[in-house]
Design a binder for this molecule. Structure first.
Ligand code: CMP
Length: 132
């Protein structure tokens, strides 16, 4: 069994999509091991997204992530990191396919509804940051 971290981002929380997203996770066989409702501030965003700090889009990402409430979920399943990335769908809106979370609940590139850890190492790092 593997653990991974998922964020339901401010756009999806505001749109009342959290219930629908959790339904998709349960249907796909993920176990929810912990949940937290919280708000990012700039400092937390800079630590959480440290790999993106130097990127051109970081200011937009930071402003979006600090714009409202997020939910964090620790999810468990066999091969959870890859399974969640697959279920979430692509970062690029035009590449999202029906049946993925971002197709149904994401909007643009930045306001894409959800985040999922991209490796086992980052899953443990992100869990430690959010559930500190
Ligand atoms: P997430 O999976 O949380 O990881 C990094 C986030 O940066 C991504 O989702 C988007 O919300 C945001 N982002 C904004 N622009 C881009 C981009 N051009 N490429 C990748 N991520 C982007």
């Amino acid at each position: 069994m593997q653990r991974t971290l998922m964020l339901i981002k401010p756009d999806a929380v505001k749109a009342k999509s959290a219930g629908g997203i959790i339904g998709m996770l349960e249907k796909a066989g993920f176990e929810i091991k912990a949940a937290k409702v919280f708000e990012f501030d700039a400092a937390l965003c800079q630590v959480f997204y440290k790999d993106h700090l130097a990127k051109e889009f970081f200011p937009r990402l930071e402003s979006f992530m600090c714009s409202g409430t997020s939910w964090a979920l620790i999810l468990e399943k066999e091969n959870a990191v890859c399974a969640l990335r697959e279920l979430m769908g692509d970062v690029m809106p035009e590449k999202r396919v029906p049946g993925t979370i971002r197709y149904h609940y994401g909007h643009g590139i930045t306001d894409n509804g959800v985040h999922g850890s991209d490796s086992l190492e980052n899953a443990e790092r992100e869990i430690a940051i959010i559930f500190r």
